[in-house]
Unconditional design. Structure first.
Length: 362
């Protein structure tokens, strides 16, 4: 059996830290907490789980802080979590089994990150991260705010998920880091432009986001997956700005970059035509979205809603407008599997059941 050090950086996490540590304490053999300047009960809570609580003066650089935390690891493998992450019971069982069986020649294990869930427990965004790292390799964090690990060697993919359960969101924090970099005239990589675009979009600076995504798309360097989503998110910005032509151009460019259809692109194309009340092409794209199987080894973002309840709910609306009520009902029922208490789904169900009763009577 391998041994595991948990290494974390924290600051003012009294609301969530105990929840996180409680979920992982039976998996790891060592807990190292690096506090970067808490003014609440974070250090007290951390100390109730471990004697290994350290203090580090915050420099504004997440990668530096994470590397400091990882340097305290003394076990064979290092696990990292954020304070608002948890390991759910079903994933805890899988993790314990992995700990028993992992080949010590493995350098890193990737796990799913369930970065968001809806009110019905459905995962809203998922991607892979190298989560369990061979300590002796001393893999280093890079980047200012959207950090990444420079991992090489023997990497395996697991089906274990770490679940993010955020209570609050630091609006504008990451954006300000990028803005400070711009003021210092630092060079931006393709990855920087992509994530800077995301921060701008999330803070509703849509025109500036479009420009940042365009910078990413025009660079020859950079991960193709980032470019697919740069074009996709660019389309979202154009839609909000009511520029339908550019929205459509961006979506088709995303499709060109992806080479194969993806639910995230297809559902957006469906919505584009649905908004124009052009229901037949809308149905085509929504139907296609529901048939695409996601590669379990995919590393980039996956938004499960775009392949499940969302296109089915919209297909219900489209088929209703096409006067095909049985198909509308069928797709609404498929949406109800994922969102059983969604008021829109329940409204559609009642409406269509009445409509179908009337049709049957005739």
């Amino acid at each position: 059996m391998i041994s595991i050090s948990l290494c974390m950086i924290v600051k003012n996490e009294e609301e969530v830290l105990a929840r996180c540590l409680e979920s992982v304490k039976d998996i790891v053999d060592e807990i190292n907490i690096v506090d970067t300047g808490s003014t609440d009960r974070t250090v007290e809570i951390a100390s109730s789980f471990t004697d290994n609580v350290y203090h580090y003066e915050w420099t504004g650089n997440f990668a530096q802080a994470r590397n400091v935390a990882h340097a305290y690891a003394t076990k064979e493998y290092t696990l990292y979590l954020d304070a608002d992450d948890v390991i759910l019971p079903k994933d805890k069982e899988k993790f314990l089994q992995l700990k028993e069986t992992l080949d010590p020649n493995v350098d890193a294990v990737s796990m799913y990150y369930h970065a968001g869930t809806d009110e019905f427990g459905n995962v809203t965004i998922q991607y892979r991260l190298n989560r369990l790292l061979k300590t002796a390799k001393k893999f280093q964090w890079q980047g200012d705010c959207h950090n990444y690990l420079n991992v090489t060697g023997h990497i395996i993919n697991s089906d274990i998920a770490i679940t993010h359960k955020k209570i609050s969101h630091s609006v504008g924090r990451n954006l300000s880091i990028y803005e400070e970099r711009k003021k210092r005239n630092e060079d931006f990589s393709a990855r920087d432009y992509f994530y800077y675009g995301n921060e701008l979009r999330e803070n509703k600076y849509y025109e500036e986001a479009i420009k940042s995504y365009q910078q990413n798309l025009e660079m020859h360097s950079g991960w193709i997956e980032d470019k697919v989503y740069a074009a996709t998110y660019q389309a979202d910005c154009y839609r909000i700005l009511k520029n339908e032509k550019q929205e459509l151009n961006s979506l088709f460019y995303a499709l060109q970059l992806a080479k194969l259809p993806r639910p995230e692109i297809c559902s957006r194309l469906g919505y584009h035509f649905q908004q124009k009340r052009d229901f037949k092409p809308a149905v085509y794209w929504y139907e296609l979205a529901t048939t695409i199987k996601t590669d379990p080894n995919k590393w980039s973002f996956t938004y499960p809603a775009y392949a499940t309840w969302y296109p089915h709910l919209q297909l219900c609306v489209c088929y209703y407008n096409l006067q095909q009520f049985e198909k509308a009902y069928e797709h609404n029922e498929k949406a109800r599997i994922y969102r059983p208490e969604d008021q829109r789904v329940l409204f559609n169900k009642e409406l269509l059941e009445k409509r179908l009763d009337l049709s049957n009577e005739k």
